[in-house]
Design a protein around this ligand. Structure first.
Ligand code: NUP
Length: 213
């Protein structure tokens, strides 16, 4: 089986439900992304449990956007819990991002997938790409809802920095189009965890992506 490029966004509150969906879908995933809904619902220890149950890398999508000291304090607990990657906002400035990068593998948001991203984030995307090119994080977040923006970001981003794209399924984006535009990984939540058959939903996406890579 080809290495997966699919990341499950496990945005449920409930611990048991999260573990069950993770176990069912793990075969088709590259990683599992946890966000505030699951952390506020089940506690930080869910990161450790998900790792134990699936053996997959865990991405903590906290979109940290604070001063360096606070970012560092939060990130150190999250890495201690077993997270392999953490997502941070770039717009707060280089020092806040660097504080996190010193602790573990980091993913910087350069453009978000929702319509509101056009208001404040899209206009500064070039600066955020520049920041990423200088700091060389593991990856950046770009919108699967706007494949043309993924292509643009890919054209400006240094080789080797991965592009992770949320916005497939519930937000209207297509996995195939995001990958064709240059995404290395596709992040999918509701389309998988909201399905009656999450394993089948994950398998379908895995196969769709495999057709274009
Ligand atoms: O720009 C972003 N868009 C986005 O949807 C950055 C994100 N991190 N996300 C997250 O990806 C969002 O918070 C959710 O966890 C996931 C997408 O979920 P869904 O729309 O596939 O259900």
């Amino acid at each position: 089986m080809r290495e997966s490029r699919l990341i499950l966004a496990l945005d449920v509150y409930d611990r048991e439900k999260a573990l069950e969906i993770a176990e069912r879908t793990a075969d088709y995933l590259w990683a599992i992304k946890v966000n505030w809904p699951l952390i506020t619902g089940s506690g930080l220890k869910i990161i450790t449990e998900l790792k134990q149950v699936t053996g997959l890398p865990i991405i903590a999508d906290l979109k940290l956007a604070d001063i360096p000291n606070t970012n560092r304090m939060i990130a150190s607990k999250v890495f201690e819990a077993g997270a392999d990657y953490i997502i941070v906002h770039g717009f707060v400035g280089r020092d806040s991002v660097e504080a996190v990068m010193g602790l573990g593998k980091t993913i910087i948001v350069v453009e978000m997938s929702h319509p509101g991203a056009k208001e404040f984030i899209q206009p500064v995307v070039d600066k955020l790409i520049e920041l990423a090119n200088e700091l060389k994080p593991f990856g950046v977040i770009a919108p699967a809802t706007r494949p043309e923006r993924v292509s643009y970001i890919r054209s400006k981003l240094q080789e080797g920095i991965k592009i992770l794209t949320p916005g497939v399924g519930a937000q209207g984006g297509k996995a195939k189009n995001a990958v064709k535009a240059g995404a290395d990984y596709v992040i999918v939540g509701r389309f998988i965890y909201g399905s009656d058959t999450p394993r089948e939903a994950a398998r379908g996406l895995y196969e769709e992506i495999s057709e274009v890579v």
